[in-house]
Structures are given as C-alpha cells and as structure tokens.
Design a protein around this ligand. Structure first.
Ligand code: NAP
Length: 246
C-alpha cells in the first residue's frame, strides 16, 4: 500500500465515499470538515472540524499526524482550502491528489448566461426576473441590491441576516429530483436559475429542469485552483492511493 495515513479534505459526497472506501480496505483516514454545515453527513474513520489555521497550520497538522497523502476532495468552489492544501503539501513534502468531478457542459438548447463570480452573476440576471438562487449562503448582497429582482434562495444553512422582503428562503439539502425541481420552478413562478458549475449528479436536476422549461440559467464558472494531479472519480482516487480497485 502506497499511503499509510491519508487526510481527506472533505465537504463533498465524493470525499465521504472515498473515506468510506479507504477505511474499508484498511487505510488510516482522517476526514477534515470546515465546520460550516451544522450536521454534515459523516464518513467512517476519524473526523476533524474547524480548519487548520491557514496553510502554516495545515503544515503543522500534516507533520504532527504524520500524514503521507492528502486528498483534496473539497467542493470545486472551495478555492482557498485547495490553495492552502497545495502550498502546505509542497512545504511539508506530502503527496497531494485532487478529487474533482467534471463540470456540467451546456447543450445547444441551453440558455446559459456565463459569469465568473457572484458579483458578475448578480449583474447578469435578466431585468425583473424571479430567480431560484442555488449558489450557497455567501455573496448574496449584490443580488439583493438589485431591487428589480425577487425569488427563492435555497441553501443548506441559512444566510447571515434577514432576506429582503421580495426574497424567500428555502432550506433544503441535495440530492434534488427532477420532478421536484420542475414543480418548484413552476410553483414559484421562477423565470431564471442561478447556479455555480458544481458538476456531479446531486444538484444537477435544476440544470435539467431549466433546460426542460427553456429558462435562462446564470452559470458561475469554477475558480482557479493551483494545478496538481487530479482524478474525477472515487474509483480512480482509490486506485491511485492504494493501487487497488474498490
Ligand atoms: P474555502 O473558502 O476554500 O475555505 C475557507 C476556509 O475554511 C479554509 O481556509 C479553511 O480554514 C476552512 N476549510 C475549508 N474546507 C475545509 C476542510 N475540508 N477541512 C478543514 N477546513 C476547511 O471553503 P468554502 O468555499 O467556504 O467551503 C467550506 C467547505 O464547504 C469546504 O469543505 C467545501 O468542500 C464545502 N462546500 C463548499 C461549497 C462552495 O460552494 N464553496 C459547496 C459545497 C460544499 P483554515 O484556513 O483555518 O484551514
């Protein structure tokens, strides 16, 4: 076995599946969570929460715990954690593998409006739209500043502070089924969907629903992450770390 102790930087379904698979084949795994979600679905194995205190803190953690391999399985939009992992692994001489699912790709009939970040997305929502916002609890201020917009903000954890009167909050956790997404969009009179390009299947139904209803979808591109060896599936990660298939 190549790796003795593996640190999985978590927060995604893939991170949980990988940790479970590694433990099942006898690998010593620590899964790390930022501690943002109140009741995350946890994998088996040891869990740490609350961050490391920057890249230097992560270097100290890697040394103290004698970690031989880090798997960055954070969400494609968790750019800071990935950047810290890259710097810390280089500094501590620890192997780094990124597990990152492929982004969604637009089909010809899709009405995607591309944006680079939350501010760009807020600016590009069509005038007067009723929006289903699925981009998380942070960075909503520019959207709320647009007085012509209204809609539904769907998050796992509520955003800080009260929502403006023309917005309602829907607390819900993926996965979402296509039938439910279609019903939500129609019930709420949604005319535009706003999403990060997370990829994967758990949150893809909104993309399919927007396609089916012919709605514009403001899609935020993934942020830059420093290049490193990257795989797109749990099976590939398992093979890369242990040399064996699941
Ligand atoms: P971020 O901006 O990249 O990271 C902010 C800080 O949170 C990091 O510097 C680190 O604190 C801590 N952190 C983040 N991920 C961590 C992890 N797996 N283990 C320990 N500490 C972690 O991250 P974010 O975008 O706020 O996302 C936070 C978590 O939610 C991530 O684990 C991510 O996988 C998950 N998530 C994010 C999104 C999203 O859209 N961004 C969506 C779904 C899930 P220190 O500097 O103190 O180490």
């Amino acid at each position: 076995m190549a790796a003795e102790r593996v640190l999985v930087l978590a927060g995604t379904t893939e991170a949980r599946d990988l940790a479970n698979a590694l433990v099942a084949v006898g690998v010593d795994v620590i899964s790390s969570f930022a501690g943002v979600t109140q009741e995350p679905l946890l994998p088996v194995g040891r869990i740490v929460r609350g961050g490391f205190g920057g890249a230097d803190g992560l270097v100290a953690f890697l040394r103290q715990e004698r970690v031989k391999q880090v798997v960055d399985a954070t969400h494609p939009f968790a750019a800071q954690m990935s950047s810290h992992a890259h710097a810390a692994c280089a500094s501590a001489g620890v192997a780094l593998l990124r597990l990152e699912r492929a982004p969604w790709a637009a089909q010809e009939s899709d009405r995607w409006i591309h944006a680079n970040d939350m501010a760009g997305a807020a600016a590009r929502v069509p005038h007067g739209a009723r929006v289903l916002v699925t981009t998380g609890r942070k960075g909503l201020q520019q959207l709320f500043a647009r007085g012509d917009l209204s809609g539904v903000v769907r998050t796992i954890e509520p955003p800080d502070g009260a929502l403006p009167a023309q917005w309602s909050l829907l607390q819900d956790r993926p996965p979402h089924a296509l039938a439910d997404e279609l019903q939500l969009l129609q019930r709420e009179g949604i005319t535009c969907v706003m999403s990060k390009n997370a990829g994967g299947t758990a949150t893809m139904a909104k993309v399919l629903a927007a396609r089916q209803l012919g709605l514009p979808l403001v899609m935020i591109s993934r942020p830059f992450k420093p290049p490193c060896t990257t795989v797109a599936s749990v099976a590939e990660a398992l093979l890369g770390i242990t040399g064996r298939a699941g």
